[in-house]
Ligand binder design. Structure first.
Ligand code: NDP
Length: 247
């Protein structure tokens, strides 16, 4: 097992990609702190699944956009598990719309959760990781942060921001043996993409050389790699998990 004795915080760990990450890290021996916004039933189900794999797991309802709530959550995880070795910044939302019709509230909500949330969580755990002199942070970006996408100016801005944040913080924390990397998925079948029109899904499928959407587990495998010592000389990178969409 790759993560025996480690503790991981997975934001948005209750559903979709975050659930797959929580379960894969649990399978590899990590204690998992499953952070979620409001869907307690999904979070509890993920916790039970992680425990069935033999892991210690706990759920934390916490809005990553709320700095104090994040500080309290990180403190609670440290109290319960003794350390925080891995942070997966995965919580994310969409509020799609063309720029001309995009309301400021939709711009702000996406930036607050998808980018400011990453800042809050990374800042809070980095204090612990610096004392521990080790840690791994993995941020969920998106191909959309690299290529842009009509109707997603807010989301693309946040996901591009995550790439800049990842590289800046990787440089700041490298001397303390803390690695910071990003994963950029393409099209993953989750609740987030379930509501897209069929035409949009067909367009995306046509742009994927490997000819299928990603599963949440495809993305989780890349997160596990970056979280583990197998990637101990890798920092400041963006790993695309997109079936070849962007190359
Ligand atoms: P889902 O919509 O399936 O799940 C979102 C998760 O984030 C849920 O666990 C949700 O909690 C949590 N969450 C949302 N807002 C907050 C908040 N403010 N504070 C804490 N937790 C929150 O998303 P996906 O699994 O599809 O996406 C996961 C990540 O991957 C996102 O960052 C997304 O942008 C990115 N991504 C997804 C792609 C895709 O095709 N699906 C492609 C590229 C990137 P709750 O259950 O309580 O609502």
């Amino acid at each position: 097992m790759l993560l025996t004795g480690k503790t991981a915080i997975v934001t948005g760990g209750s559903r979709g990609i975050g659930r797959a990450v929580s379960l894969l890290l649990a399978r590899e021996g990590a204690n998992v702190a499953i952070v979620y916004a409001g869907n307690t039933a999904a979070a509890e189900e993920t916790k039970q699944q992680a425990e069935a794999l033999g892991a210690a797991a706990a759920v934390f309802q916490c809005d990553v956009a709320d700095e104090q709530a994040v500080a309290d959550m990180v403190k609670a995880v440290k109290t319960q598990f003794g350390s925080v070795d891995i942070l997966v910044n995965n919580a994310g939302i969409t509020r799609d719309g063309l720029l001309m019709r995009m309301k400021e509230a939709d711009w702000q909500a996406v930036l607050d959760t998808n980018l400011t949330g990453v800042y809050h969580c990374t800042k809070a755990v980095s204090k612990l990781m610096m004392k521990q002199r080790q840690g791994a942070v993995i941020n969920l970006s998106s191909v959309v942060g690299e290529t842009g996408n009509a109707g997603q100016a807010n989301y693309a801005a946040a996901k591009a921001g995550i790439i800049g944040f990842t590289k800046a913080v990787a440089k700041e924390l490298a001397s303390r043996n803390i690695r910071v990397n990003a994963v950029a998925p393409g099209y993953v079948e989750t609740d987030m993409t379930a509501g897209l029109p069929d035409s949009a899904k067909e367009d995306m499928l046509r742009s994927i050389p490997l000819g299928r959407p990603a599963t949440a587990d495809d993305v989780a495998q890349a997160v596990l790699f970056l979280a583990s010592d197998q990637a101990k000389y890798i920092t400041g990178q963006v790993l695309n998990v997109d079936g070849g969409m962007v190359m």
